[in-house]
Design a protein around this ligand. Structure first.
Ligand code: PLP
Length: 630
């Protein structure tokens, strides 16, 4: 088994974009910058370093270099494409805070994007408040989307007096009245934008964000009402921007083109109505190729960033030229593109449970239940032309044995023996049917069902909410042993004990796989798995299901060839998560101490046991919410 086979199996060259690779030791590496040099850092070594520092898994690893590169790629590609098309406007992208609101992310984006006048998009009052603390570049835009109350509007208007370019985007028909009223009250002219509700609908998970029936944005008659109201108040000069948002992760370039055409037609008409305009905001939609298939599948995209920029800019330019109007500055709100690669979730596998059973049990004893003997006899039948018949037979006998157990005709030992034998026969039938060119669909289903459950130390609900909520696919693979053949088709189960707490859909270049090949566990070494491209949306959409909290977070970078761990954030403790659901940890401890003391008084436990019990309770409160290895 070669490393190239692992590369092809897990598709790392397809989705890794040169950021992730496998080294000659069979370990996943991330390529980080050390000055001008690029150095491959093994994630296994990172985990080792964290362990030595007492930092437990699961961990979210963040890589500032990857964020830097994505900001650079986005801005450079827009700029270069503009230059190649003689486009006269500028690209002034904004990062939509909702995609990953963590303080470190906003701080790093504002630092790294400063050379490009890269701005921020705030979709709510809290996001605007965060934006104003970090974005102080007068050349960058702060775009305010979302529903706005007076406090939101006042803050934006007053802050614009400092020289910041804050644009209030009208998303709802009645918002304009409020903005005009507050602007008159404060004596400050707003810079305004309109969010247009496209009739163009796109495919993908987030299709409902666009199209006639989307929740936000104004339709064409509402757009004209805004124009007329602004004219009536002599404020049309405030209208600077047209915004639209097709939805996140638009996989098909044709749909991006269709939306851009509709938007530029509206833009041209607004200029013709007498609005100064000057900015076209494309919203989000620029997709990430999670499965590396480069197709219009929902977890992928059939275009490159270069094609995205070229297609949009060419259309905008030609429509503006035809109508003799200046080329607008272009804003995109491409959050997923910028942050998806930034974070990797790494976790350890705690246990495996297998259905596959290669070891034949002993034959049933003479006095065994008749159905067990019949089940055993099916072994003789298993042959390429009788696989479906054999499979039907073993299911019949297995059900008969279960019935007999319920009716009291056989005991638990017979039932357990029957199940073991059943899975052994299933394994044999599946192995034979895998050799057939076109096995019956029941046999194909059997092959898929013979997977192992690998129990990972993480929570789907907390760390990969989109995997659970909308079946989004993420690249997942072992972080080491990639020079060994993985031979266990597996489903990943988390530790929430919820039957939805599992991942059973995995990326594949051509299809979706319902299992992931993993290695058998070694007793002496823990087995590590990484989920990649989780920087967008996953951190704050997560919930506290089963009270499993935030994981530990750490950033990694290089300095003088040495790996550095920075921005360490300890994950939630048990006391933290309990306090989120309104327990008071001190009170919990007090109540438990009292109960333990009563148990001593009533002679149920000794004072020494009481001491151990209270210490264990306190240690539990202070501990990590995930499985802690000794
Ligand atoms: N802008 C708006 C208004 C959004 O609602 C969103 C998210 O859906 C985005 C930008 C981010 O889009 P993307 O995920 O494509 O980066």
């Amino acid at each position: 088994w070669s490393i190239d086979e692992s590369k092809s199996l897990y598709g790392i060259d397809r989705w890794g974009k040169g950021y992730f690779d496998i080294n000659s030791d069979g370990e996943v590496v991330v390529n980080l910058k050390d000055g001008e040099e690029t150095i491959a850092v093994s994630l296994e070594k990172v985990i080792q370093g964290l362990k030595e520092r007492g930092q437990a898994l699961p961990q979210l690893l963040r890589c500032r270099d990857l964020l830097d590169d994505r900001i650079h790629q986005l801005n450079r590609t827009f700029r270069d494409t503009m230059a190649s098309l003689d486009y006269e406007g500028q690209y002034r992208g904004v990062y939509p805070i909702k995609v990953n609101q963590q303080q470190q992310v906003i701080e790093e984006i504002t630092e790294l994007g400063v050379h490009y006048d890269y701005g921020l998009e705030a979709g709510s009052k809290p996001e605007l408040i965060a934006a104003l603390a970090y974005m102080h570049n007068p050349n960058a835009y702060i775009i305010c989307n979302g529903y706005k109350d007076d406090e939101f509007i006042d803050l934006a208007l007053l802050a614009s007096q400092t020289g910041l370019q804050i644009i209030l985007v009208i998303e709802m028909p009645d918002e304009l009245d409020h903005i005009i009223e507050r602007s008159k009250h404060l004596g400050i002219d707003p810079q305004l934008g309109i969010r247009f509700r496209l009739s163009t609908k796109s495919a993908g998970h987030w299709a409902d964000s666009g199209g006639d029936r989307s929740v936000f944005g104004l339709n064409s008659s509402q757009v004209l009402e805004v124009v007329d109201t602004l004219k009536a108040h002599d404020k049309l000069h405030c209208l600077k921007l047209l915004h639209y948002h097709q939805g996140s992760q638009i996989p098909n370039i044709q749909e991006i083109r269709n939306a851009a055409v509709e938007a530029i037609r509206i833009y041209v008409n607004l200029v013709q109505e007498g609005a100064p305009m000057g900015i076209l905001d494309l919203g989000g939609g620029l997709a990430v190729d999670y499965d590396g298939s480069h197709t219009d599948f929902s977890s992928s995209c059939n275009y490159s960033l270069k094609e995205y920029c070229f297609n949009i800019l060419e259309l905008v330019k030609s429509h503006c030229d035809q109508n003799s109007i200046p080329h607008p500055n272009i804003v995109s709100e491409s959050g997923r593109y910028v942050v998806a690669y930034y974070s990797v979730l790494v976790f350890n596998i705690l246990a495996v449970s297998e259905y596959k059973n290669l070891d034949a049990p002993e034959p049933p004893l003479d006095e065994a239940h008749e159905m067990l003997k019949s089940l055993w006899a099916v072994r003789e039948k298993i042959a390429p032309n009788r696989l479906l018949e054999s499979f039907n037979d073993i299911q019949f006998y297995r059900d008969q044995i279960r019935q007999s157990f319920i009716q009291g005709a056989c005991g638990l030992r017979d039932r357990a023996y029957g199940e073991k034998l059943y899975w052994h026969l299933c394994t044999q039938i599946a192995a034979e049917s895998a050799k057939l060119e076109n096995p019956h669909e029941d046999l194909q289903a059997l092959q898929n069902n013979l997977v192992s459950y690998y129990y990972g130390n993480f929570s789907v609900f907390q760390s990969l909410p989109d995997s659970w909520a909308i079946d989004q696919l993420f690249p997942i693979m072992p972080l080491h042993r990639l020079n060994e053949e993985p031979d266990h088709p597996a489903i990943l189960s988390d530790i929430t004990c919820d039957c939805d707490g599992k991942i059973d859909r995995f990326i594949d270049e051509k299809d979706v796989n319902n299992s992931l090949l993993l290695h058998s566990l070694n007793k002496e070494e823990s087995y590590h798995v990484g989920t990649f491209l989780v920087g967008a949306y996953q951190e704050t959409l997560g919930d506290l299901h089963n009270l499993l909290g935030d994981t530990n977070v750490v950033s990694i970078d290089l300095e003088d060839g040495e790996l550095r761990f920075t921005h360490e954030v300890e994950g939630d403790s048990v006391a933290d998560v309990l306090s989120y659901v309104e327990y008071e940890p001190k009170d919990l401890e007090k109540r438990f101490r009292k109960f333990a003391e009563k148990s001593v008084e009533q002679g149920r436990i000794s004072p020494t046991i009481r001491r151990q019990l209270v210490e264990t309770y306190k240690a539990g409160l202070a501990g990590y919410t995930y499985f802690e290895e000794n």
